[in-house]
Design a protein around this ligand. Sequence first.
Ligand code: SD4
Length: 361
Amino acid sequence: MQSSLLGSLGIFMNRKAVAAVVDHTSAGGNVTGQPVVLSTWDTGVAANKGAWEILVKNGHALDAVEAGVRVTEASINCCVGLGANPDRDGHVTLDASIMDHQWNCGAVAALERIKHPISVARRVMEKTPHVLLVGVGAQQFAVAEGFPLQPEVLSEDAKKAYQEWLKKSEYKPVINIENTKSSGAVPHAAGDGVAAADGSDGPVYAAAPARLADGGWNHDTIGMIAMDAAGNLSGSCTTSGMAFKMRGRVGDSPIVGAGLFVDNEVGAVTATGQGEDVIRICGSHSVVEYMRQGLSPEQACKAAVEKIARIKKEKAKDIQVGFIAINKKGETGGYALQPGFSYAIKSGTEERLIPAKSYFS
Ligand code: SD4
């Protein structure tokens, strides 16, 4: 998130300030009977504050996880909301999902020009017989529900990143598709001068970059899970997906069971990272099921990450995936494939950013 924006929100001024609150003790204090909210990455610190305003007043977890991620959607951020990086054609397309404690869920995918996809996802859940609306239909529904259609303008940061990306034309050469750095396939036209896998002039498929130009992982999706004072769980997840992705590409975030899953009998889970690989194992649902079998939240996240590592073999080194989880006892945890993933927790007794343990060191 932009430091200036965080500053204007009166939260954390910069990454150094965030680092100052990093706590290196192990994750997962038991906060049974107490509200708790957990969200991905350092942007989760500000988002948790938004959620906490509701949880602290004995509000519902569902309201908290919607309000919390709206903070991130309203900010300028590489990877969430309308200020985020666009797809390869220059359009910002947003994905979001939400789920409550009664298996109600709603989602939108490839939604354009709407500021708060998470709230549209909630309307899908509450006002339609459906779970997922996509593209133009999702936008029509949003407008009919009174969400203003925003102008299609890239944020200054996104414009810069996109122009930089266009210059470098990261899709060439595609020497060996199997070895591309991420699995988000992106086609380009024959005759556009981009080398194909076989050295000819396409069309070929290449990938959205796993890392952004500054070397950071190409994701900062916000996934949020919470338990309220009544002990009910809910979750939300919202993202612009992988930057410079193929037009129409949808990741795990709006896919219930992949980027988000809530089973009020067991726990709540959300994911971030390479969406294709989260979808492949029904990631968040898998973590819930591992918890049902008796694993702690951290152990359950680790089991899902290990499964991805097993499936991806050598290619696992080139992707990042992270999960966070809460169980019914209010215990929390997270685990990632690569170092560098952190998640934020807030409860009545603690507020910190936790560096997740990881499969690779
Ligand atoms: C996706 N899981 O679209 C998302 C990417 C992500 O921050 O985590 N973005 O695959």
